[in-house]
Design a protein around this ligand. Sequence first.
Ligand SMILES: *[C@@H]1O[C@H](CO)[C@@H](O)[C@H](O)[C@H]1NC(C)=O
Ligand SMILES: *[C@@H]1O[C@H](CO)[C@@H](O)[C@H](O)[C@H]1NC(C)=O
Length: 377
Amino acid sequence: MLSLLRPLLAVCLYLLLPGAQGRFPGYSNGFHYQDISNGNGNGNGNGEIYFNGIRLHVESPQSSVSATRGSSVTLPCHYHYEPELTTPRRTRVKWSWLPANTVTAPASPEALARETEVMVAMGNRHRSYGSFQGRVRLRRSAPGDMSLVINELQLNDTGRYRCEVIDGLEDESVTVELELRGVVFPYYSQKGRYHFNFFGAQQACQDQDATLATFEQLFAAWEEGLDWCNAGWLADGTVQYPITVPRDGCGGVDLAPGLRSYGQRHRLLHNYDAFCFSASVKGTVYFLMHPTRLNFTEAVQACASDGSQIAKVGQLYAAWRLMGLDRCDAGWLADESVRYPITKARANCGPPEPGVRSFGFPPLYLKFGVYCYRLLF
Ligand SMILES: *[C@@H]1O[C@H](CO)[C@@H](O)[C@H](O)[C@H]1NC(C)=O
Ligand SMILES: *[C@@H]1O[C@H](CO)[C@@H](O)[C@H](O)[C@H]1NC(C)=O
């Protein structure tokens, strides 16, 4: 090891000599060295050297990774030098993040400016930031492995992550998209259609254990067949709706299928529905076995007596989509709506496609079943 380091030390010492300007006449090992220790006084200059003729490569075998909420995910990132180095180098690694709901064109200067730091590491020292503190580490399973491991994934961790390797003057990066497996559902207020401003929509999704959907999430849902002729807020502050079968009143028959967008709307003054995104829940959603039908008050009580809570709409959607919950019985949910989940469409259980069927918000004295949510398995 020491013998490997010796040539590097010699170079460093040379650079510290007064008058040394990074010229190495007669020094011929095939590489040209250049001093960057002078003149930038920001701490990255303690004898760092920069190799001309050596290239730093940063790569990721996956440009996007999909994971489930609450789980751990690894965003791959590796670097190596070409040609391979015989001496170890001091590299810094920075992972930063552009949240999925950021309103900018990808890779635009604004987008880059909005990236926030997730973790920086140098040698064995590292530091994580914000909501990632205590949840992230570098995998380091092999030399050059700078893959980021994120634990306890949250709904709002989606977005574009940048792995940046900084070695003296060289600075290379790759990006990895993180998506969560989940389901998008349209949501409207108990007061009726188009009652949410942006912040109301945000709150409504949160109340249903969900978050406002991103454009990418709504687009993926549209690709999978979501057709909904009411406009809803998305996380980026735009208002859109997904149409698979063009028709009058939904953008007209002359428009191709796709997302119909009203663009950015005024977040306080304009009212629409919401598109929420829900991902797998820790725990289980079930239809409560109960001898009688229940009004809403009784339904809340019955789940409590069963050691659980009345389920939220996002939890029912996640159970339907990700766990295959299928039940042809209408049940109360926490927001005072009545719904039931069908994965295998059949006679007397609603339309011929799978879906979560809704009875809207019936009077609270009417009697139905109830869906409960229990955190423990
Ligand atoms: C993401 O969600 C978590 C938990 O729901 C919350 O504590 C955190 O503040 C959110 N982070 C951002 C950046 O919105
Ligand atoms: C539900 O029924 C109970 C009686 O079992 C009654 O006390 C309660 O007021 C009813 N709730 C509603 C919302 O009608």
